[in-house]
Design a protein around this ligand. Structure first.
Ligand SMILES: Nc1nc2c(ncn2[C@@H]2O[C@H](COP(=O)(O)OP(=O)(O)OP(=O)(O)O)[C@@H](O)[C@H]2O)c(=O)[nH]1
Length: 388
């Protein structure tokens, strides 16, 4: 037999772990805190529930027999609400409240029958664990790529399902070893060790989920331009480096466009900076719409954009560049005080398929930049190659 602590001590330890986790959830410094507050509240209820369980026999019966079990169910209802909030969904309160109400009424009805209460808890709590697992993994817009946090939380919920379910099943079959709440030994002691583990696994899993989301949001911020939503200079140059390394391995061609709005300063000066921003945003949307899925458009600088065209020859890139140039020339931008005519100049840099060692990113950008300079010098609103 494992040298387990007595049941009241383990209950107090589970309560202490719940309070510690509530604190950890409250102070976890994440950018995106959806669900963390609700989960902290859930841990608080769980801690209170286990403290009341540990006080069994020392106060009125309804405190440890009814109130504590209701707090336990309330904890899982709040945890479900936290998962729904994390997933960005509305919380169907009645579905969360129903198990809590059922727990309160059924425990009240069986206030003197320990075995009946173990069966009730063994039905309601696994049901709540299943609802949480469903809410966590159900397909939907905010379903993350599975993260370690999601697996950890799922492990905690699965353990909760099995442990409470097993207790209820054994009690229903008349095979539960304990005859009152604080009796140590057998399944009663083992389930308290597992309850302690469930608290830690679930709360840490949820904290890790929130951290993964905050990390992803920060990564997105670090790699995207705030005004246009396109990849920023760092991201587009990194993608270019990866693309050139891939082209060197496969022997495919690779092309790069540098696209600059002509006389953009004039647009800013005559229509205002905010309208200039509108033009940049609209041009970004057009670039996104014009390129293939494997291509990438990014904002390289103020009014300068970069388009990466993997597997594309100089001739193919010129066709894309001409199409982009034409859409700008032919469709004026919508300003607040009427249409704004604009044009773009495009510099083209390319490596041909099977061209041996590919130039590095800096060299290809320099080549496209010389081409852009030539386009500007040649009168703007045109596409040019590197004059060499
Ligand atoms: N509205 C707005 N303007 C910007 C932004 N970033 C840079 N600019 C402006 O872009 C203009 C760039 O001006 P220039 O470098 O002289 O280039 P240009 O007027 O387009 O002239 P050419 O490129 O030679 O045709 C400047 O007025 C910048 O203030 C931005 O985020 N928003």
């Amino acid at each position: 037999m494992l040298p387990l602590l007595d049941v009241p001590t383990m209950m107090v330890m589970t309560a202490a772990a719940s309070f510690a986790m509530a604190l950890a959830l409250l102070i976890a410094p994440h950018e995106r805190r959806e669900g963390l507050g609700l989960w902290a509240l859930a841990m608080l209820l769980n801690g209170l529930a286990f403290l009341l369980f540990a006080l069994d026999g020392q106060g009125p019966r309804w405190v440890s027999n009814v109130l504590a079990n209701t707090l336990l169910a309330g904890n899982f209802a709040l945890a479900l609400a936290a998962i729904e909030q994390f997933r960005g969904r509305a919380r169907p309160w009645w579905r969360m409240a129903l198990p809590v109400l059922a727990m309160a009424l059924l425990c009240l009805r069986h206030v003197d029958d320990f075995t009946a209460r173990v069966v009730i808890v063994g039905v309601v709590v696994p049901l709540q664990a299943a609802m949480m697992l469903h809410a966590l993994w159900r397909p939907g817009p905010q379903l993350q790529q599975p993260t370690r946090g999601m697996w950890l939380l799922s492990a905690g919920l699965a353990l909760q399902f099995i442990m409470f379910g097993l207790r209820g099943w054994r009690a229903g079959a008349g095979q539960f070893s304990a005859s009152h709440l604080l009796q140590s030994g057998g399944l009663q002691s083992i389930s308290l060790v597992l309850a302690f583990v469930v608290v830690l696994l679930s709360a840490l899993g949820f904290i890790l989920m929130a951290k993964a989301r905050a990390d992803a949001a920060l990564h997105h911020l670090a790699m995207h331009d705030g005004l246009t939503g396109l990849a920023n200079r760092r991201a587009v140059v990194q993608a270019l480096e990866r693309g050139l390394a891939q082209a060197a391995r496969s022997g495919d061609g690779y092309a790069l466009l540098l696209l600059d709005i002509d006389h953009f300063k004039l647009i800013n000066d005559s229509h205002g900076h905010l309208t200039g921003d509108l033009v940049l945003r609209e041009l970004a949307a057009r670039l996104r719409g014009c390129v293939r899925a494997q291509d990438m458009a990014g904002r390289y600088g103020g009014e300068e954009f970069m388009v990466l065209l993997p597997g594309t020859s100089a001739e193919g890139a010129r066709t894309v560049a001409e199409a982009l140039r034409r859409t700008v020339q032919e469709q004026p931008f919508a300003g607040e005080r009427g249409a704004i005519a604009a044009t773009v100049s495009v510099g083209l840099g390319a490596i041909e398929a099977g061209g041996g060692d590919a130039p590095d990113a800096t060299a290809l950008i320099a080549s496209a930049d010389r081409a852009l300079y030539a386009a500007k010098a040649g009168g703007r609103n045109r596409v040019e190659n590197d004059p060499g």
